[in-house]
Design a binder for this molecule. Structure first.
Ligand SMILES: [Zn+2]
Ligand SMILES: [Zn+2]
Length: 141
């Protein structure tokens, strides 16, 4: 973990109005490096290597979600996953996700953008909270 990444995480956490505790900094850094949203269990497992216990990891995730730093998503398997809210992204609707129906691997599709028109073609849609694509990943195909 580079010095500047740690400093940047501390700054983000403080800007959100929280104290930059080691557990929060480690959680934010982990999610920043990840190309997919992570579950409580995955974050807790990574953080345990640095001596952070499970309950502290859970609290760090929840605190930073409440503070608007992280987004919590549920992708159809009733498991909460956490990821960083990207620059310019909405707190609740970020980018689409891809889920492999065979192995369950979740990927962020950050570069796929839906325009205003594709969101408004149906009069039934009130507010979109999640865009989810399902299929087989390259490993499972
Ligand atoms: Zn797969
Ligand atoms: Zn994502």
């Amino acid at each position: 973990m580079s010095e500047s990444a740690v400093e940047q995480s501390k700054l983000l956490i403080r800007e959100a109005g929280l104290r930059a505790t080691p557990a929060r900094v480690a959680t934010l850094n982990l999610l920043q490096k990840s190309s997919s949203p992570l579950t409580h269990a995955e974050v807790a497992e990574h953080l345990s290597k640095t001596g952070v216990d499970k309950a502290t990891a859970f609290r760090a995730l929840n605190d930073m979600t409440e503070a608007g730093l992280l987004r919590r998503t549920e992708l159809g398997d009733r498991v909460w996953r956490f990821e960083l809210i990207g620059e310019g992204e909405h707190e609740h609707l970020g980018h689409p996700h891809f889920v492999c129906v065979d192995c369950g691997q979740v990927s962020c599709l950050g570069d796929i953008k839906l325009n205003q028109r594709s969101l408004s073609t149906s009069t039934q849609i009130g507010r979109i909270t999640e865009i989810l694509l399902r299929g087989q990943c390259v490993e499972c195909l």
